[in-house]
Design a protein. Sequence first.
Length: 191
Amino acid sequence: MNIDLGKLENGVKEVIATSAFVQTEVLEFLSKDESYLVRKKVATNPNSTDTILDSLSKDEVSHVRVGVAKNPATSGKVLDYLSKDEDDIVRFEVARNESTLSETLAYLSGDKHPVIRRNVAINKNTLPETLELLSEKNYDFGIKYFVAHNPNTPEEVREHLIRILPQNVWAQTPSIEMLRNYYDNEDDDWD
């Protein structure tokens, strides 16, 4: 049975694009769909190929690029490209993705947004030297808290942070809402 994918309704194409059993050729076709919602679903599908994800990382719609940044199958090379994206949410997802290379996380550790730096501090791929730099900066409590709890943090840095951080206090895990609120509350303490 042959189906003309181009004639299907967008909702049906979105469901197909999320399927774990969809063929690569179908994902390739849907990655060029005129609906950004269909392209976004392809971007989040772990079965999308490097070629598809690389192409979608350059999509004009940021929602599609966010999908690529979230996808655990996205290569370190593509995530590195997205780490320079103008959209904060794209960079937020790159910093959170466990496929992100340590060099890319080092770059993002200098991001202007503390929420993105928190994701770097949490990420299991962040190098000890990057974590040490994050601990030395005059950053918010949350960044230092997550540095102290990252298993890659050098022991002497962890011990120092544990001594200076308040006891029995937990930092908020980075969220998109925190990122969006950054513009409204730039002077907030972020804890």
